[in-house]
Design a protein around this ligand. Structure first.
Ligand SMILES: [Zn+2]
Length: 238
């Protein structure tokens, strides 16, 4: 190997097989290349293009912010190293590291720079502001954003139609991510929680509770069009 090649920075990435979270899989498949997967340690894996890695890094940071409280990964507060989150067997993001061979390289990739501008990237640490240390971040999945909380409170007190346009404006930026196409000709099942009736089936000492599901008309469409079970009254959505 030439000296120039020796000096080249080792570029690691994540492969499609190691990605667990659907958004991570999608992100990798959007720009595929052959390369090193830091998790399974294969060197000819189908990975996110290491030359265009930043969007994937920011997505992984966003997933960390979504699922974990900062307390569990900020070592200044007694947490473990960030990458140990991915070594949790049931973590929803990625397969745990098969070996530590590329652990340091991936750690660097994930953590640098730690505080990008808010409109350019995601920081997993609350960090500091002019007044000093800020509060620790809590997992986004366990917290209600203030605008949503406010809307929810107002829904209890005011008419839906007055809040509807604000609600739409709140959701609008995310519509492209939420939209999906249902393939034509698919089979769908009606579902309804609960059951029609309950019986005790006795067989000597062996008693068994049997539930009869909703069937026929009792699981059909609502008798009042527009008032389906997932709809706000008079506003057909489904
Ligand atoms: Zn892999």
């Amino acid at each position: 190997m030439s000296e120039a090649a020796d000096d080249e920075e080792l570029k690691v990435s994540v492969c499609t097989d190691c990605a667990r979270h659907p958004s991570l899989k999608k992100m990798i498949e959007a720009d595929l290349a052959n390369g090193i997967c830091a998790f399974c340690c294969k060197t000819d894996a189908k990975v996110r293009n290491p030359e265009n890695i930043e969007p994937m890094v920011m997505l992984m940071r966003a997933l960390i912010r979504f699922y974990w409280d900062e307390f569990s990964y900020n070592s200044h507060w007694g947490g473990e190293a960030v990458l140990e989150l991915f070594n949790e067997a049931d973590n929803p993001v990625v397969e745990p590291f098969a070996a530590n061979e590329y652990y340091d390289e991936f750690d660097h990739l994930l953590q640098e720079p730690p505080y990008p501008d808010w409109d350019k990237g995601v920081s997993i640490y609350a960090g500091f502001d002019a007044d000093g240390m800020r509060m620790l971040n809590s997992a986004i999945s366990r917290s209600t954003p203030r605008p949503v909380g406010d809307l929810r409170r107002r829904l209890d007190a005011s008419n839906f139609s007055t809040i509807e346009s604000e609600l739409e404006a709140l959701i609008k930026p995310f519509l492209a991510d939420l939209k999906f196409v249902l393939p034509k000709g698919g089979t769908w099942f009606r579902a309804r929680t609960g059951f029609e009736a309950r019986f005790l089936r006795s067989r000597g000492f062996d008693n068994q509770i049997v539930r009869q599901p909703y069937m026929g008309a009792s699981i059909g469409a609502s008798p009042n069009p527009g008032n389906g079970r997932l709809n706000r009254e008079g506003r057909p959505v489904l």
